[in-house]
Ligand binder design. Structure first.
Ligand SMILES: Nc1ncnc2c1ncn2[C@@H]1O[C@H](COP(=O)(O)OP(=O)(O)OP(=O)(O)O)[C@@H](O)[C@H]1O
Length: 615
C-alpha cells in the first residue's frame, strides 16, 4: 500500500495529503464536502441526460397533442429538470461556503501543526538545523502568501466534480462509440497529469530556493526592522542591504521564473491532442446525425456530454492543487520527522525541592550539532544545592553552553549531567525546567505588556498580582513599572500607542524580574548569565548588595566577567579548554595565584591604577 502511495503522481499525493488532513480539521464539513462533490458532479450529467430525453419527446408531444402520453412525459421531465436545477443551484453556494471556511481552517491547522512540531523536541538543536529552517520558511508562508494550501480545499469541489463529470461524460460517449468514450478516458488523464506535473515543477522549484530566499528575507528585515535600524544608518549600509537583497532575491526567484515560463512543447501538445479528439468526436456526431442514425435526443445528450468532457484541466483550480501537493506533504513530513527524532515528552517526576543535594557534571563532552569542535571536553563539576557557584573563563570558553545543557536544550555528546543522582535526560523536561530560572545573556525583549514580560517566568501564575509585584521588587523594577504610562499594562515597545521602550539596563532588570518570578513560583536553581552587563554603577552596586538576598536558599550559578560580583559566590570555578581548571573560594584562589588570581588582578588594576588591589 505504501509502495503504491509512493508511486502516485505528486499531485495525487498532495490531494491525498489534503484529504487526510480534512477530517482532522472538521469531520462534518468534510462529509459535506464529499457529498457536495458527488452531487455537483452527478447533477449536471443528470440535467443533460434529462434535457436530451426532453428534446427527444418534444416532437412526439407536438404531434400527439396536450393529452397524449408523450406530452405527459414532457411535463414530468420538465418538472424533474426544474427540481434538479434548483438542487444544483442550492448545492453550489452551500458547497462554496463550506470549502471556503474549511480551506482557511486547513491553513490555520497546518500552521498549528508546525508550531506544535517545532515545540515538541526536548531541546533546541532542531531550530539550528538549516534543513529544518528551510522547511520552516516554507510553512511560515502558510495562510499568509497568495499560494495557500487552503485554496486547494476551495478548489477541490470544482476540480473533483469536473473530473467526475468528465468521467461520466466519457462513459456516456461510450454509448455512441465505445472506443470514442475510451479515447476520452485515456486522453484526459494524460493531459491533466502533464499539466499538473508542470504546475508542480514551479512549486518545487520555488521551495528548492528556500535557503536562498531565507537569506534574502533576512537581509530585507535588517533594513525594515527597528532594532538594527540604528546600526544600519550609522554604518550607512542601507544601500548595501538593498543591493544584496536584490541579488539574493533575483538568484532565488530566477529559477522559479524560468520554471513558470510556459513550455511550448507541452502547451502545443495538449492543445493539439484536445483539438484532434474534439474534431474527431464532433465530426462523427455530425456524420451520424446527417446519416440519420442518431435520434435528436441522443444527439443532444452526446453534444452536452462532449461539452462537459471538455471541462477538465482548465481553470486556476487545477493550478491550486499544486500548492498543496508540495506544501502539505512537507508539513506532514516535518511533523513526522520531528516526532521521530524526539521521544514523547515524559520522564521521571521532579519533586518540588529538587535539587536537594547537588547538580553534577560527570565527564561531560559537548559539541553543537553540525559542528566539528568539542566545546566541553570531559568536564567534571559539582554544584552543591543551596549554594552559589560562579563560573569564570575567557570568551567562548563554554560557560553559557554549560547552562544550556543544564536547561536540557541539548544533551551531552558524552558523559552526563545528574540532579540529585538522577540523569537529567531521564527527568520530565517540563517539570525540570520549572525548577530552573535563567536570566540569559541574550534574553528576549518581548514587545508585550510589562506584566507578560515578567509573568512569562511562570505563565501558570501570571495572574497573581502579589507575586508579580514581589518579583519586580526583588529585581529592582517596582518603581519603574509604577512610573510607566499604563503601569503593568504598558507595552514595552515604541511601536504601539502608549508603548514605551526601555533602556538596556532597564530591560535587563525586567528580564531579571522574569527569572525572579520563576523563583517565586518554585524554581530552585537560579542562573544569572552576565546579570550586570547593562547595569549602571549604582544598579550594579545594588545588585551586589541584593545578591545574597536574591540567591538565598537557591542553587545559584553566576556567570560573569565582573569579579566584584563573582567574589561574592560561595565557590568559583575557572573554565578553560572545555574543562574546569581551577575551583575554590575567592581568597583561596587568590592565594593559589593561578589563572583566577591573574584575571582578578588584571581587572582590579584597571580600576585602581594608583592603589592596592583590594576589589
Ligand atoms: N548554537 C551554537 N551552535 C554552534 N556553536 C555554538 C553555539 N553557541 C555557541 N557556540 C560556540 O560554542 C563556544 C562556547 O560558547 P559559549 O557561549 O558557551 O561561551 P561563553 O564561555 O559563554 O562565552 P562568553 O564569555 O563570550 O559569553 C563558542 O566557540 C561558540 O562559538
Amino acid at each position: 500500500m505504501s509502495n503504491l502511495l509512493r508511486s502516485l503522481p505528486p499531485t495525487a499525493k498532495g490531494i491525498l495529503a489534503v484529504l487526510r488532513v480534512l477530517p482532522r480539521v472538521s469531520r462534518p464539513r468534510t462529509a459535506l464536502l464529499a457529498g457536495g462533490v458527488v452531487v455537483s458532479a452527478v447533477l449536471p450529467i443528470g440535467i443533460f441526460v434529462l434535457t436530451g430525453l426532453l428534446i427527444g419527446d418534444l416532437p412526439g408531444a407536438a404531434r400527439d397533442g396536450a393529452d397524449s402520453l408523450a406530452a405527459d412525459r414532457v411535463g414530468t421531465l420538465l418538472v424533474t429538470v426544474g427540481i434538479v436545477i434548483l438542487i444544483e443551484r442550492l448545492t453550489t453556494p452551500l458547497l462554496r461556503a463550506t470549502v471556503s471556511t474549511l480551506g482557511r481552517d486547513v491553513d490555520r491547522y497546518l500552521q498549528e501543526v508546525v508550531l506544535n512540531a517545532l515545540a515538541r523536541p526536548r531541546g533546541i538543536a532542531h531550530l539550528e538545523d538549516p534543513d529544518v529552517m528551510d522547511e520552516v520558511r516554507i510553512v511560515r508562508g502558510l495562510g499568509m502568501s497568495a499560494h495557500r494550501p487552503g485554496q486547494t480545499v476551495e478548489a477541490l469541489p470544482e476540480v473533483l466534480s469536473s473530473w467526475l463529470r468528465a468521467l461520466g461524460s466519457a462513459a456516456v460517449l461510450t454509448w455512441f462509440h465505445w472506443w470514442l468514450g475510451l479515447l476520452w478516458l485515456v486522453v484526459w488523464p494524460i493531459i491533466v497529469y502533464r499539466m499538473q506535473r508542470d504546475y508542480l515543477r514551479v512549486g518545487e522549484e520555488g521551495f528548492g530556493q528556500s535557503a536562498q530566499l531565507r537569506q534574502a528575507e533576512y537581509v530585507r528585515d535588517l533594513a525594515l526592522d527597528p532594532p538594527p535600524a540604528k546600526e544600519v544608518r550609522l554604518w550607512g549600509i542601507l544601500d548595501w542591504l538593498v543591493t544584496r537583497f536584490d541579488t539574493l532575491w533575483q538568484a532565488g526567484i530566477g529559477p522559479i521564473r524560468r520554471a513558470r515560463r510556459p513550455r511550448p512543447g507541452m502547451v502545443l501538445g495538449s492543445a493539439a491532442a484536445i483539438l484532434v479528439i474534439n474534431v474527431l468526436s464532433y465530426g462523427l456526431l455530425v456524420y451520424a446525425a446527417v446519416q440519420g442514425s442518431l435520434s435528436l435526443a441522443a444527439l443532444a445528450v452526446f453534444v452536452a456530454a462532449l461539452g462537459d468532457a471538455n471541462e477538465y484541466a482548465v481553470g486556476d483550480e487545477h493550478l491550486y492543487l499544486s500548492y498543496a501537493a508540495v506544501t502539505v506533504p512537507k508539513v506532514l513530513s516535518l511533523e513526522q520527522r520531528l516526532a521521530d527524532s524526539s521521544p514523547p515528552e515524559s520522564g521521571l517526576p521532579v519533586g518540588a525541592d529538587v535539587p536537594a543535594q547537588e547538580i553534577r557534571y560527570e565527564g561531560v563532552t559537548f559539541r553543537y550539532p553540525g559542528t566539528e569542535r568539542d566545546v566541553l571536553n570531559g568536564l567534571d563539576l559539582v554544584i552543591p544545592a543551596g549554594q552559589s557557584l560562579a563560573i569564570v573563563g575567557d570568551n567562548g570558553a563554554g560557560k553559557t553552553s554549560l547552562v544550556k545543557l543544564l536547561a536540557g536544550f541539548y544533551e551531552p555528546t558524552a558523559g552526563k549531567v545528574t540532579v540529585d543522582g538522577a540523569d537529567l535526560a531521564s527527568l520530565d523536561p517540563e517539570a525540570w525546567r520549572r525548577r530552573v530560572a535563567v536570566l540569559f545573556q541574550d534574553f528576549t525583549r518581548y514587545h508585550l505588556p510589562v506584566r507578560d514580560n515578567i509573568g512569562f517566568g511562570a505563565p501558570e501564575h501570571a495572574g497573581d498580582e502579589d507575586m508579580l509585584r514581589r518579583a519586580a521588587e526583588r529585581a529592582g523594577v517596582g518603581d519603574l513599572i509604577e512610573s510607566l504610562p499604563n503601569g503593568w499594562d504598558t507595552v514595552l515597545s515604541q511601536a504601539y500607542t502608549d508603548g514605551v521602550d526601555l533602556s538596556g539596563g532597564q530591560w535587563q532588570r525586567v528580564a531579571l524580574a522574569r527569572a525572579m518570578f520563576a523563583v517565586e513560583a518554585g524554581a530552585k536553581v537560579l542562573v544569572l548569565d552576565e546579570p550586570a552587563a547593562a547595569l549602571d554603577v549604582r544598579a550594579e552596586a545594588e545588585l551586589y548588595e541584593r545578591f545574597l538576598d536574591l540567591t538565598q536558599g537557591l542553587t545559584t550559578i553566576l556567570i560573569s566577567h565582573r569579579f566584584s560580583t563573582v567574589r561574592r559566590a560561595d565557590r568559583i570555578v575557572v573554565v578553560s579548554g572545555g574543562r574546569v581548571v581551577e575551583a575554590g573560594g575567592h581568597d583561596e584562589l587568590l592565594d593559589r595565584d593561578g589563572r583566577y588570581a591573574h584575571m582578578f588582578r588584571l581587572q582590579a588594576e584597571r580600576f585602581q591604577p594608583a592603589g592596592g588591589i583590594d576589589a
